[in-house]
Design a protein around this ligand. Structure first.
Ligand SMILES: [Zn+2]
Length: 297
């Protein structure tokens, strides 16, 4: 049996009904009243609508509050992170080190030590990479470059040969009557005389005297040869090349005989004529032998 409810009694229970707080018996009685009472049913619909809208609004407000809170927290977090990164940045750390000078001087010393190590390593590499002339690589490079100063070529007909005459003033300064000096040397690409060697030296006046005097005289000739400059020899392609040269310097004095002096001949035969000296053959020498005109006494 469902108890009867009139409108005032039903309206007193409407709020509890909308909130779902009625006892089961009251709820059944109110639902049977709402089936025929349009006024109370409309009021229940209004209350449910108002409650729903209130819930939606409160939810929206709560979401807005949460958004504000999260925005504030993100903002503070970002600010904290920026400050932390600024404190941890390299520049600020360097500045901190430089302000208290605790790491500054050790860093300067370490930098200088590193630079010194790099210089030493570079010097060691340069020294070990320098090619020694007596090493195998140096010999191979020398042999691969014929015509270099270390590997002079032999003069042949295809070359443009350097001038072969030497200044004979040094030979003329030698005391005595006859002198023969044979010199082997290398005329470099620059036209200088290098690696000279006295092959043969003979002088009539000092032949029977001590060797020291002879060596001293020959050295003046060698000095004259050393100071000579030549146009360097040129290979077929026109490039300057170093060549081996052998010079034979000879001086011969021709004197009038005592009979001619005692009995003066006609004037034209009294003066001795210069006579060229024959070339001294050197079969084993690698290049051309040259003879100078003899000087007259
Ligand atoms: Zn009613």
């Amino acid at each position: 049996m469902i108890p009867y409810l009139d409108c005032p009694a039903a309206q007193a229970m409407l709020e509890a009904f909308v909130d779902g707080e009625l006892a089961v018996a009251d709820q059944v009685a109110l639902e049977s009243h709402l089936r025929w009472c349009r006024v109370c049913a409309a009021r229940v619909e209004d209350m449910q609508l108002i409650g729903a809208s209130l819930r939606v609004t409160s939810c929206a407000l709560r979401v807005g509050d949460e958004a504000d809170d999260s925005l504030t927290s993100v903002q503070s977090e970002v600010l904290t992170r920026i400050q932390t990164e600024r404190e941890q940045s390299t520049w600020s750390q360097l500045r901190g080190m430089c302000t208290d000078m605790r790491f500054f001087w050790p860093a300067v010393g370490a930098s200088f030590a590193l630079a010194a190590c790099v210089c030493v390593a570079a010097a060691v590499v340069a020294v070990t990479n320098a090619q020694k002339p007596d090493s195998l690589a140096g010999m191979i490079e020398t042999l691969a470059n014929p015509g270099s100063d270390e590997n002079p070529m032999r003069l042949d007909g295809a070359m443009f040969a350097p001038p072969r005459a030497l200044n004979d003033s040094a030979l003329a300064s030698l005391p005595g009557d006859d002198a023969v000096v044979a010199l082997a040397a290398v005329v470099t690409r620059e036209g200088r005389v290098a690696n000279y060697e006295v092959l043969f030296s003979e002088r009539e006046s000092v032949r029977r005297h001590d060797t020291a005097v002879q060596t001293d005289d020959v050295s003046s000739v060698v000095n004259a040869v050393k100071q000579s400059r030549f146009t360097p020899a040129q290979a077929v392609d026109g490039a300057p090349v170093a060549v081996n040269m052998v010079w034979v310097l000879a001086r011969t004095t021709v004197k009038a005989s005592a009979a001619l002096v005692a009995e003066p001949p006609p004037v034209r035969s009294a003066v001795p004529a210069p006579r060229p000296v024959s070339v001294t053959p050197k079969p084993e020498s690698p290049s051309t032998s040259v003879a100078l005109p003899s000087s007259t006494a």
